[in-house]
Design a protein around this ligand. Structure first.
Ligand SMILES: NC(=O)c1ccc[n+]([C@@H]2O[C@H](COP(=O)([O-])OP(=O)(O)OC[C@H]3O[C@@H](n4cnc5c(N)ncnc54)[C@H](O)[C@@H]3O)[C@@H](O)[C@H]2O)c1
Ligand SMILES: O=C(O)[C@H](O)COP(=O)(O)O
Length: 410
């Protein structure tokens, strides 16, 4: 049985990958967390497993895959911070069933993505990628052919969430007419209009921009059929996830000149580091903007994300608060001056709470406060007690069948 001490902060290992912003390191250090292993890139799986084995917290971006088999090696892991919006790179259920809370930054890079998309719409509608290359090679392609203003053009947004709505407002303010398609009925902003059928939307608009998450329903949602529904001479932009678009079918539609152009920021397979080669059937095609998954990569966004996610991890570590977790029961907790705080994560099966409460009644331990939240699979109970009882209580709590993880905070 582990001795009942709140882990010394200098012993809590924080593993930070993919060059998360300095603001995150500053936040951890200012809160007393000094044991930080920092890597500029992602790690190959073997090395990741080595490093995650004794880590209590890990911070990643979109590249690191935290699969069931990787998490199975992470016996000490308390929480995961995705220093980005997407959480598809983490097996959320495998994390949950191991009592590992996952946090992200759901809004911090929204504006950066929307701004990039606006710029790309203008660049593509003026044929700038091709004209730029010609100039660099000493040529001169002065022509108005296939060059258009965006004013009055129709933009179709697929996925009207945080980024989709931000883009909607910006595009409308520049004179575009906005239509959107979403699986959920969404309140239109400004004069935007929701269209119930994807086919109808695609056949109507001049520019299509994808802003859906990576899920089973969006995998390959944009293939030859959907590209076929798009108007002749229209434009496709994808800054969502690489698995959403059939990239071979897109390359065919660009080569055949069915589409006027495309801007693609995310790919089915992305290089693991800046040193690896980027391979894609879209390389070398006219009027195609290819960017290395940098939709959210601005100094402003990265700094804000660093602060936001590290704060969530520190709060969960210091106090147990799990609000805004993407997979875990959410509990907002007050501070616990003078008390010891017991955290008990368990399988959500009948009878656990009565066993927990018996621990306290049978051992005459007074409960100062108690908080409980559950989701379908997991329960999270937090109990504040007088300091002298926490060791005994924790030992008893750990013996309850269905216990996944326990912690004590002083
Ligand atoms: N390129 C980048 O650097 C970058 C940066 C940030 C986010 N992203 C990606 O963009 C995605 C969207 O971000 P967000 O913050 O707007 O997410 P969000 O959750 O706020 O919005 C997603 C929207 O998509 C809708 N949706 C889900 N499945 C759908 C389907 N099958 N068809 C139509 N609509 C569907 C949802 O109802 C929701 O309205 C993220 O999940 C992430 O993968 C990429
Ligand atoms: O999900 C996100 O926020 C984006 O895809 C950005 O990911 P990144 O942090 O790896 O750039």
């Amino acid at each position: 049985m582990s001795k009942t001490v709140s882990l010394d902060k200098s012993k809590i290992k924080i593993l930070l990958l993919e060059g998360v912003h300095q603001s995150a390191l500053d936040m951890f250090q200012s809160q007393g967390y000094s044991n930080i292993e920092y890597h500029k890139g992602s790690l190959p799986e073997e090395q990741l497993i080595e490093s995650i084995r004794d880590a209590h917290f890990i911070g990643i971006r979109s590249r690191t895959q935290l699969t069931e088999s990787v998490l199975a090696e992470a016996q000490k892991l308390v929480a995961i911070g995705c220093f980005c919006i997407g959480t598809n790179q983490v097996d959320l259920n495998a994390a949950l069933t191991r009592g590992i809370a996952v946090f992200n930054a759901p809004y911090s890079n929204t504006r950066s993505v929307a701004e990039l998309v606006i710029a790309e719409i203008i660049m593509l509608m003026r044929g700038i990628p091709e004209k730029n290359i010609v100039c660099h090679r000493g040529g001169w392609m002065k022509s108005a052919d296939n060059s258009y203003e965006i004013r009055g053009k129709k933009l179709g947004i697929i996925g009207y969430g945080s980024i989709g709505t931000q883009l909607s407002v910006m595009a409308e303010s520049m004179g575009m007419k906005v239509y959107y398609y979403d699986v959920v009925t969404k309140l239109p902003l400004g004069n935007a209009q929701q269209i119930a059928s994807l086919e109808e939307l695609l056949s109507k608009v001049d520019v299509v921009s994808l802003h859906v998450p990576e899920t089973a329903s969006t995998k390959n949602m944009f293939g030859a059929r959907e590209l076929g529904w798009m108007k002749e001479g229209s434009i496709l932009i994808n800054a969502s996830r690489g698995t959403v678009v059939d990239i071979e079918a897109l390359a065919e539609n660009i080569t055949s000149k069915k589409l006027l152009g495309a801007a693609i920021d995310v790919f089915p397979v992305e290089p693991r580091s800046n040193k690896d080669e980027f391979l894609s059937p879209l390389r070398g095609l006219d009027n195609v903007i290819l960017t290395p998954h940098i939709g959210g990569s601005t100094m402003e966004a990265q700094e804000m994300i660093g602060v936001e996610v590290s704060e969530k991890l520190v709060r969960y570590s210091d106090n147990g608060t799990s609000t805004m977790s993407v997979n875990f029961p959410e509990v907002a907790l007050p501070s616990h001056p003078g008390k010891h705080r017991l955290l008990h994560i368990h399988k959500n099966v009948p009878g656990i709470m009565s066993q927990i409460n018996s621990v306290f009644s049978e051992n005459n331990i007074n409960i100062a406060s108690q908080f409980l939240q559950t989701n379908e699979n997991v329960g999270y109970v937090v109990i504040d007690v007088d300091a002298e009882y926490s060791e005994l209580a924790l030992q008893k709590l750990q013996q309850i069948q269905g216990t996944i993880k326990t912690r004590v905070l002083f």
